[in-house]
Write a protein that binds this ligand. Structure first.
Ligand code: URA
Length: 254
């Protein structure tokens, strides 16, 4: 059974109150930058070491993640665990997060079914993703699916298939686009399912490789900037101090 929706807050905001996406909450629980918090059980923050050489970004928490308050603990997470194991990358060594931190869903019968987040929700939640980028300082970012890719690149549209598995230098990081594990779970054709899983494994292997080499490679590389408008940062940042920005220091040997 879905948990009951939270009560709507009183409509007492003054006329001059900033638009929700201009708010700068200090915690995810206090976040009202979009409306997804209303029907979610938990905001689900990213999880993993800070700093970490590799960050893996999904779309948004699913039903089980919403209930547990932890990213990738449901079926997609189990498939991702298999992919990590096959790629020889430990889940504990990467920072695992989502582009959007609250579960967006619609009721079908008794089930809460995933709904793709809207662009304005991705942008509102970019505030938290940006904070995670600062704290994690990843050299490599694996984007799982089109929503994650748009969020990581700060663009409104992208064709995942055109760039699948191809490293993109962006904002001083190497971004590796791949399929979302949910796609690899639900695509009907077994051969396509296997191919999608293999793509995810290949992307994780590439991430492991680039995370060792990226600093040296990037020392002389041009740093691309976000296409989207700069996002404001959380008012107070929980967690440890950010590590050095990739590309901001002389190359370290892998
Ligand atoms: N799908 C995601 O993108 N993230 C999760 O945490 C779970 C499912």
């Amino acid at each position: 059974m879905p948990p009951p929706s939270r009560p709507t807050p009183p409509d007492d905001a003054p006329d001059h109150a900033p638009a929700p996406s201009d708010q700068r909450p200090a915690t995810l629980d206090a976040c009202r930058r979009c409306d997804l918090w209303r029907n979610a059980t938990h905001g689900v923050p990213g999880d993993g070491p800070t700093p970490a050489p590799v960050m893996v970004v999904g779309e948004q928490p699913g039903n089980q993640e919403d209930l547990a308050g932890k990213a990738f603990v449901g079926p997609a997470g189990r498939l991702l665990d298999e992919a990590f194991a096959k790629a020889g990358l430990s889940r504990e060594s990467v920072f695992l997060t989502n582009a959007v931190k609250h579960f967006k869903w619609e009721l079908r019968g008794k089930r809460r079914l995933h709904k793709t987040p809207a662009q304005r929700e991705i942008e509102a939640c970019g505030y938290w993703l940006e904070d995670e980028f600062e704290r994690v300082a990843p050299r490599v970012v694996v984007a799982l699916g089109a929503t994650a890719l748009k969020a990581v690149l700060g663009v409104k549209a992208t064709s995942l298939r055109k760039v699948l598995g191809q490293p993109i230098e962006h904002d001083g990081r190497t971004v590796i686009p791949t399929y979302h594990p949910s796609y690899a779970l639900r695509v009907p054709d077994p051969a396509a399912r296997e191919a999608a899983f293999d793509e995810i494994v290949a992307a994780l292997k590439l991430a492991a490789k680039f995370s060792g080499k990226a600093t040296r490679k990037r020392a002389g590389a041009a740093v691309t900037k976000r296409a989207a408008a700069p996002r404001s940062k959380p008012a107070s940042k929980p967690g440890p101090k950010p590590g050095p920005k990739p590309g901001s220091k002389p190359a370290a040997k892998p």
